[in-house]
Ligand binder design. Structure first.
Ligand SMILES: [Zn+2]
Length: 362
């Protein structure tokens, strides 16, 4: 091969790499910006098996591996690591058309968070291992002068919901989880107040218990809802940001612009929806394998308690009081206990998934 051809190949490789390689060991292209070493983000993600999405319009990058997420924005030094705000020493930049990140970000965040393969934890209480699920809001739908749906033989939804919610709360407490109930007696709590309790609780997830009804009396089965994907998250985020009480890193956010806080809330809402779907799937899977009940599945809806929650939130419809057979079953305390246990197992499986990543980090 002639020398000239080799020379052209070298130039071509350098051109592809975008910037000069300083550390051949990891073969991830780096460059210097104002004396600081930066890594090219996409090759870095590919080397680490990290899933990445880049929105060229908003210049927001989302990195995902397992249950971990990092949100970054080109030009900003403030990033979100699993919903927690972290301030970098230098901002994310674009260098020769490629997104680049400061070397410290790679060493202190990427290398620590996204290690090789997750290790399955020992079978201990998943809630104890998963430090991410310490507190849960359990919401019994309806109550007081709002009976909810009423069955053909008079079974009231509010009573079924409260009984299952109380059983679920007991089971969670026995696993060492803190539980906040929006109501523990037969009283009316407006939807806005339920949202308020949830957002002030400092809980990790929200689980609402309801029973279904339909004019078609043959309708039966179990389903779980998460907040509708069609909801305008950007608008919702702006409203939340305007309220100003961003409960993340307090003072760090107070000084930030409304636009940036709204953007962060937008990311949090997207993250929460993804987590809610995982939680909903786990609950459906658990009920489907523990009970002889038809699983309608996971659906999205615009229910106020889901829209307003600033944490991952699901609404469980345990069965149809309008269906003769399910109304009869829901009257039975053993059946309600079995439902509570199955929901509990689903939440536990979800916590276990989070724990798999936690275990790897030790
Ligand atoms: Zn209801």
């Amino acid at each position: 091969m002639c020398k000239r051809l080799v020379f052209i190949q070298v130039i071509f490789i350098l051109f592809l790499a975008g910037c000069v390689t300083l550390q051949p060991k990891e073969s991830i292209p780096t460059c210097k910006i104002n004396g600081v070493t930066y890594y090219s983000l996409i090759p870095l993600c590919e080397a680490k098996g990290i899933n990445w999405q880049y929105d060229t319009f908003t210049r927001v990058v989302v990195l995902r591996k397992g249950t971990d997420r990092i949100n970054l924005k080109v030009g900003d030094d403030l990033i979100l690591v699993n919903q927690r705000a972290v301030l970098l020493s230098r901002p994310i930049e674009i260098y020769e058309g490629a997104v680049v990140v400061p070397a410290k970000f790679k060493e202190q965040i990427i290398d620590v968070l996204f290690r090789k393969e997750p290790v399955l934890p020992q079978k201990i209480s998943s809630f104890v291992i998963s430090k991410k699920i310490r507190k849960i809001v359990v919401d019994a739908g309806h109550g007081g002068n709002d009976p909810g749906a009423i069955g053909r033989t008079g079974l009231r939804e509010k009573d079924v919901n409260l009984d299952i919610a109380k059983r679920l709360a007991l089971l969670l407490k026995s696993e060492g989880v803190n539980v906040v109930m929006t109501r523990s007696t037969d009283r009316f709590i407006p939807l806005g107040a339920r949202v308020g309790i949830t957002n002030k609780s400092g809980a990790d997830i929200f689980v609402s218990i309801h029973s279904n009804a339909n004019r078609t009396r043959s309708m039966n089965g179990f389903e779980v809802y998460y907040v509708a994907s069609s909801l305008n998250d950007a608008k919702r985020a702006l409203v939340t940001a305007k309220e100003g009480n961003l409960n993340l890193e307090g003072s760090l956010f107070a000084s930030r612009s409304l636009e940036l806080r709204a953007m962060l809330w937008d990311m949090i809402y997207a993250y929460d929806r993804a987590e809610s779907i995982q939680l909903a799937k786990n609950i459906c899977r658990s009920v489907g394998s523990n009970m002889n009940v038809k699983i309608i599945g996971v659906k999205d809806a615009r229910y106020e308690v889901l829209r307003g929650s600033r944490i991952p939130a699901v609404l469980v419809e345990v069965g149809f009081v309008s269906n003769y057979n399910e109304e009869r079953m829901l009257k039975n305390g053993f059946y309600r206990q079995k439902i509570a246990e199955s929901i509990m197992d689903g939440i536990s499986d979800y916590a276990q998934e989070l724990a798999m990543v936690e275990a790897d980090r030790r």
